[in-house]
Design a protein around this ligand. Structure first.
Ligand code: HEM
Length: 405
C-alpha cells in the first residue's frame, strides 16, 4: 500500500486516510514515513496504535514537545520564537508551572458554571437561523459557538468574535486556498492576537473582573503568577486551540449524524439521556486534531522499531481512535458507546487537552438543543472539507432546518 499521511489534498477530498491507518495498525504500527522535501518535512515515525500514542504522550522525558518545532523551519523567525514559548511546545518543568497556573480557570467546577450561558448561546444561534432558507451549519452554528464562549472566557466584547475567527483561520489555514494564508500572514495573525491580549490584560488589571482571564491574572495561593508574556501567549493558544477544534467537532459531528440517520433518531428520542455519551463519540469519530509531533531525546525502541535521538515521532489520533484492539466495532458511530477510552483530547500526560471539559460541555449542550428544537434537520448540499493535514475540518455544511416539527 502507498502510504502518505500528510497529503492535504487527500484530507480535503475524503478526510483522514482511515484505509491507510488500518493497514499501518495491522502491519507497521510504528512506520518510518518518508518526508516531503518540497515542504521541508524530514522523515518521521508515524505512530498509529492507541497503546503507542499513549506511551509517547505520557513520556515527555523521552518524547519532547519542545523540540517539535524543528518541523516548522519554514516559519518566519518571529513566529518561531513565539511558538517556542507557547505552553503546548514546552516540556516539564517549564510546562508544569504554566499549566498549573492556567488549570485554575478550567477545572470541572469552573466549567460547569458556564453551562447556563452556553445554553443561552446555543438557543440564540438557533433562533437566528430558524426559518432561514439557507443555513450553513459551519458558518452559522459550529463556528460562532466556540467564538462566543472564548469571548466569554476572556471577558472580551462579543463584537470581537469576527476578529478572533479571522485570526484563528489565518493561523491554521496555511494549506487551504480558500483562506490563502501565507506563512507571513500566519505570523502577523500571531502578533495581532498578542497585542490584543496585551490590551485585554491592561484593561483587566485596571478594572478587575471575575471572569477566567481575571482569575488567571491574579496570583495563585502560593503567590505564583503568569507573567504578561505568559498570559499573552496563553490567549494566543486559546484562540486557536479552543476554536478550530470545537468548531470542527461540531460540524463533523453533524455530518456523522447525517451519515448515520438511525443515530440521529436515537438522540432525538432521548436528547438529555444521550447527549453526553454522544459528545465523546463525536470526538472519537471526528478526531478534530489529526496529529501532534514529538522529538525523541534519546535512542529508544517503540513498537519494535529503533528510534534515534532527534527523530520526529508523530502521533495520529484518528487512527488510535479506531484501534480494533481497544474499541468494539470501531467503524460504527455509536452515540451510547460507554466506556469510550478515545484519545481525541490527547493520549494523557502533561499536555492532555486543557479545554476537554469545556469542549464536551459545548458539544453536549449544542446537540441536545439541536435534537430538541430541530429533530428533522437535513443536509442539503455537499460538505466541503478543509485542506489541512493538521485539523480534520469542514468549511461548509449546508442544512435545512425548516422541516422541523
Ligand atoms: C491541547 C484536542 C478543545 C485548549 C490539546 C491536544 C489535543 C487537543 C489533541 C494536545 C494533547 C497532547 O499533546 O497530548 C482538542 C479537541 C477539542 C479541544 C479535539 C475539541 C473537541 C479545546 C478547548 C480549549 C482547548 C475548547 C480551550 C478553550 C487546549 C490547550 C492545550 C490543548 C490550552 C495545550 C495544553 C498543554 O500544552 O498543556 N487539545 N482540544 N482545547 N487544548 Fe484542546
Amino acid at each position: 500500500m502507498i502510504i502518505n499521511l500528510v497529503d492535504p489534498d487527500g484530507h480535503a477530498k475524503s478526510g483522514p486516510p482511515h484505509g491507510q491507518f488500518r493497514w499501518l495498525r495491522d502491519n507497521e504500527p510504528v512506520f518510518r514515513h518518508p518526508g516531503d522535501l518540497a515542504n521541508d518535512w524530514p522523515d518521521f515515525w508515524a505512530v498509529t496504535r492507541h497503546e503507542h500514542v499513549v506511551q509517547v504522550s505520557r513520556n515527555p522525558g523521552l518524547f519532547s514537545s519542545h523540540r517539535r518545532l524543528a518541523l516548522f523551519d519554514e516559519l518566519p523567525e518571529a513566529e518561531r520564537e513565539i511558538q517556542r514559548l507557547m505552553m503546548i511546545n514546552q516540556d516539564p518543568p517549564d510546562h508544569t508551572r504554566r499549566r498549573a497556573l492556567v488549570n485554575r480557570g478550567f477545572t470541572p467546577r469552573v466549567i460547569a458554571r458556564l453551562e447556563k450561558h452556553i445554553q443561552e448561546i446555543c438557543e440564540m444561534l438557533l433562533d437566528d437561523v430558524e426559518g432561514r432558507d439557507e443555513v450553513d451549519f459551519v458558518r452559522d452554528v459550529a463556528a460562532p459557538l466556540p467564538l462566543y464562549v472564548i469571548c466569554e472566557l476572556l471577558g472580551a466584547p462579543v463584537e470581537d468574535r469576527d476578529k478572533l475567527f479571522n485570526w484563528s483561520n489565518r493561523m491554521i489555514g496555511t494549506d487551504d486556498p480558500d483562506y490563502a494564508t501565507t506563512p507571513q500572514d500566519n505570523a502577523d495573525a500571531a502578533t495581532e492576537i498578542y497585542s490584543y491580549a496585551t490590551r485585554l490584560a491592561a484593561e483587566r488589571r485596571e478594572s478587575p473582573r471575575d471572569d477566567i482571564a481575571g482569575r488567571l491574572l491574579r496570583p495563585d495561593e502560593n503567590g505564583e503568577t503568569l507573567s504578561d508574556e505568559e498570559f499573552n501567549l496563553f490567549v494566543l493558544l486559546l484562540v486557536v486551540a479552543g476554536n478550530e477544534t470545537t468548531r470542527n467537532a461540531a460540524s463533523g459531528g453533524m455530518l456523522a449524524f447525517f451519515d448515520n440517520p438511525a443515530e440521529w433518531d436515537r438522540l432525538v428520542a432521548d436528547p438529555a439521556g444521550l447527549a453526553a455519551t454522544a459528545a465523546d463519540e463525536i470526538v472519537r469519530w471526528v478526531s478534530p486534531v489529526n496529529m501532534f509531533r514529538r522529538t525523541a531525546t534519546a535512542d529508544t525502541v517503540l513498537g519494535g522499531k529503533q528510534i534515534s535521538e532527534g527523530d520526529k515521532v508523530v502521533v495520529f489520533y484518528p487512527s488510535a481512535n479506531r484501534d480494533e484492539s481497544v474499541f468494539a466495532s470501531p467503524e460504527v458511530f455509536d452515540i451510547a458507546r460507554d466506556p469510550n477510552p478515545h484519545i481525541g483530547f490527547g493520549g494523557g500526560g502533561a499536555h492532555f487537552c486543557l479545554g476537554n471539559h469545556l469542549a464536551k460541555l459545548e458539544l453536549r449542550v449544542l446537540f441536545e438543543t439541536l435534537a430538541r428544537r430541530f429533530p428533522r434537520i437535513t443536509q442539503t448540499g455537499e460538505a466541503r472539507r478543509l485542506r489541512s493535514n493538521f485539523i480534520n475540518g469542514i468549511k461548509t455544511l449546508p442544512v435545512d432546518l425548516r422541516q422541523s416539527s
